[in-house]
Design a protein around this ligand. Sequence first.
Ligand code: GLC
Length: 438
Amino acid sequence: MAVEMHAGLASDGGSKLKMLLTFVDSLPDGSEDGIYYALDLGVTSCKVSRVELGGEKCRIINHIVEQQLIPQELMYSTRKDLFDFIALTLKQFIEREDNCIKQLPDERKELGFTFSFPVRQSSISSGILVKWTKGFAIDDTVGKDVSQCLEEAMSKNGLNVQVAALVNDTVATLALSHYYDEDTIAAVVIGTGTNACYIERTDAIIKCQGLLTNSGHMVVNMEWGNFWSSHLPRTSYDIALDDESPNKNDQGFEKMISGMYLGEIARKVLHRIAEVSDIFGEFSHNLSVPFTLRTSLMAVMHDDDSPDLRKVERILEESLQMPSVSLKARMLIIRVCDIVTRRAARLAAAGIAGILKKIGRDGSGGETSGRMKYKPRRTVIAIEGGLYTNYKLFRDYINEALTEILGEEAAQNVVLRASEDESGIGAALLAARYSSIR
Ligand code: GLC
């Protein structure tokens, strides 16, 4: 991972890791104030929020969030359909809020736009979509400036809103965690997809020599979901999953780690077992249907600590139409969930260790200079996403692997900080930081 990070920073296309510039060169520190809006386009829902910031003394005065489910067909629709939908969602939210709060309707609003796909940015507030991930496939948007798409759709809907900051979800997570804890140097998202960003020295970003920032640092969006290495062994299940996906040969790391895929890998293994044995009885038909075993269900089964595995039994019956599966077979299912999840968590931990190594915080003495002794520093990594926050065993396995890789002593300085799902605040904080009306 550390080697690929170097290569991705050296030139565009130098690695499968895109190492995208975010133009975030200073992170929120508590001084931000004013009213800002945030919009987060997720895979299943679009979240809009209004955040009132009160500066050093009051910090976050108020935060209102609303969530709107995204109709699935939008994922394969057109640019116009997608952005009209988002703009309308935002408009309805703002109108409701304006009515409650009696804000002047025409006042221009500043927005933090969380757009969690690979975007090549040209400034803090603009950037073009490189490709879709996580099952989205809206061809006419690739290569387009996504802030411009949104602003156009908003002005068509009579909204006076400006994108002040266009950010990846990892960057919003980093901003929020840094707001509370200034030792935060990286953020990892492990949800439907997976990715990480971290604070890099500008002189290490060789592909943009002479890049000037106020701080000498910039947050880099790694897009680590696309990481690949010949050192990573792939099973026949991984290969089949990739072959059947709409983005074959892409997002290889993501396909082994994230919530969109873990349940499906486990389903493929169980399906194979059902083909070669009769351990699940005759009723294993649903196992042959792709994506029937959702990762959230897999987590519930895996975390089932009742002696007779009642939760597993219920999920098998209700969601997979597999009644009367014996206790022995239920234990086998748990074992499969365990192997798939443990591998994912260990890969994510290895990725985190790679970032720490790259920036000399892995405890190997990378920061030693001259006769100065290496001095350990507290290092915080924010982690967000359902897999980490809702899946206890996944969390345990990440912690276990990180300690194994770094060693007990170095691991003591590394804090994995679970970030609540409040990326809206992170994006609003960045909008405040970079707003033109500040
Ligand atoms: C996918 C996206 C990336 C995002 C991640 C987590 O990997 O490409 O931009 O950060 O999912 O949502």
